[in-house]
Design a protein. Structure first.
Length: 95
């Protein structure tokens, strides 16, 4: 399996925050230099639209993690959901 960089998408009120695309660009540049793949994780109550927008814009693989507890940012809920995903992904970097 190719080493990968996991990007955690930031979004507010159903819109992808511009900083997400800046972080994606940075991760892709790092990935090109070190031959790592990039993958984006979107957490929230409903992630399909956000995930599709990011995929259409960047062409990257997206993982959507949906849960009622992720509707509003909550550090404990996000940590738990992201922790489970990261255990499966084994990323080289998380941004």
């Amino acid at each position: 399996m190719k080493a990968q960089i996991v990007i955690v998408a930031q979004h507010t009120s159903g819109q992808v925050d511009p900083v997400t695309y800046e972080v994606i660009a940075c991760a892709q540049e790092l990935g090109r230099k070190q031959n790592f793949a990039s993958i984006v994780v979107v957490l929230g109550k409903k992630t399909r639209g956000l995930a599709q927008e990011i995929a259409d814009t960047c062409g990257l693989e997206i993982i959507g993690i949906e849960n009622e507890a992720l509707e509003m940012y909550n550090a404990e809920a996000y940590r738990a959901a992201l922790g489970e995903a990261l255990m499966q992904l084994h990323p080289a970097y998380i941004v």
